[in-house]
Design a protein around this ligand. Structure first.
Ligand SMILES: [Fe+2]
Length: 291
């Protein structure tokens, strides 16, 4: 059992992606919200597209929050030659990975590789009477793409995960989705925008509420994206992703199902879901969108 402070919210976020400025902003937001490191969970891919892999890994390790392995941690810890992101051959993402992954692989220290290799692949815990499971991509397949519009995949995954609330990363777009009396909660990532035409990145909160239930929510986070983009251009790698930091649109839409692809450039709304106390009822509730 993870010894959370049950009187405070949990802060959950994904994909720092070697984006040092965004990760600093995330840590600062946690401090502003008075959320201790032990109540913070990262869903992995600490190192990826941006230009500060070692510095970002050290920042997260120094923070002391909970982190699970993403495919990037597994590959870097193993000294592998590619990211295993599950990009299809011939796509822009696959081409860009040939730039950023070797760059990251050449800059991450043995100490940080060992830290990545020691991270767990999943976490389970109980909070406000509900069971939670933290995974990176899919439950059994670390680099599986899971999006809210693909209901068959979501249904398969919530059954496999076996918890009331599944906290997932990897896919890069924030969402809270009810599936078969369970919830798929992707708090988004801090290292890249969410393909919604804004430069903001995303995180999530899990808050205990007065009636004994719990509130899930997604939140925007602004940070100094111009400095991050300038750093990437200076090193001359992954410029498609450097553009994404300032346009808010991904360099390739190949991994997206049609519904998420059609939403490209449309501002994402924050979401909330209030879950009743476990003793009162099966998991019910309606996801609400806010501005
Ligand atoms: Fe990933």
């Amino acid at each position: 059992m993870i010894p959370f402070d049950a009187t405070k919210p949990l802060l959950v976020f994904g994909g720092p992606y070697s984006n040092l400025e965004a990760t600093r902003a995330m840590r600062q937001r946690a401090e502003d919200l008075a959320i201790p490191a032990n109540n913070v969970i990262c869903t992995g891919d600490v190192v990826a597209y941006c230009a500060a892999p070692e510095e970002t890994a050290r920042l997260v390790a120094d923070w002391g929050c909970h982190v699970i392995q993403g495919n990037c941690e597994q590959q870097l810890a193993a000294g592998a030659e590619d990211c295993a992101c599950n990009f299809e051959d011939g796509t822009e993402c696959a081409a860009l990975a040939k730039g950023w992954y070797p760059f990251a692989n050449s800059r991450v220290s043995d100490e940080m590789r060992a830290w990545m290799g020691d991270l767990p692949t999943t976490l389970r815990f109980t909070f406000a009477g509900r069971t939670f499971r933290v995974i990176h991509g899919g439950t059994d397949v670390i680099n599986r793409w899971v999006f809210p519009s693909e209901r068959d995949i979501l249904t398969e995954e919530v059954v496999l995960a076996g918890a009331d609330v599944i906290i997932a990363g990897h896919s890069g777009i924030p969402s809270i989705t009810r599936v078969r009396n369970r919830v798929w909660f992707n708090p988004g990532v801090v290292g890249m925008p969410a393909n919604d035409g804004t430069t903001d990145v995303w995180y999530g909160l899990i808050r205990p509420i007065d009636d004994g239930g719990v509130m899930l929510s997604t939140h925007r986070l602004a940070y100094d994206h111009q400095t991050t983009a300038a750093g990437m251009r200076r090193f001359g790698h992954a410029n498609g992703y450097a553009r994404t930091l300032v346009t808010g649109v991904w360099p390739s839409l190949d991994i997206l199902p049609p519904a998420e692809r059609d939403a490209t450039g449309q501002r994402i709304r924050a979401r909330t879901l209030r879950i009743a106390p476990a003793a009162r009822a099966p998991l019910k509730g309606t996801v609400k969108a806010t501005a």
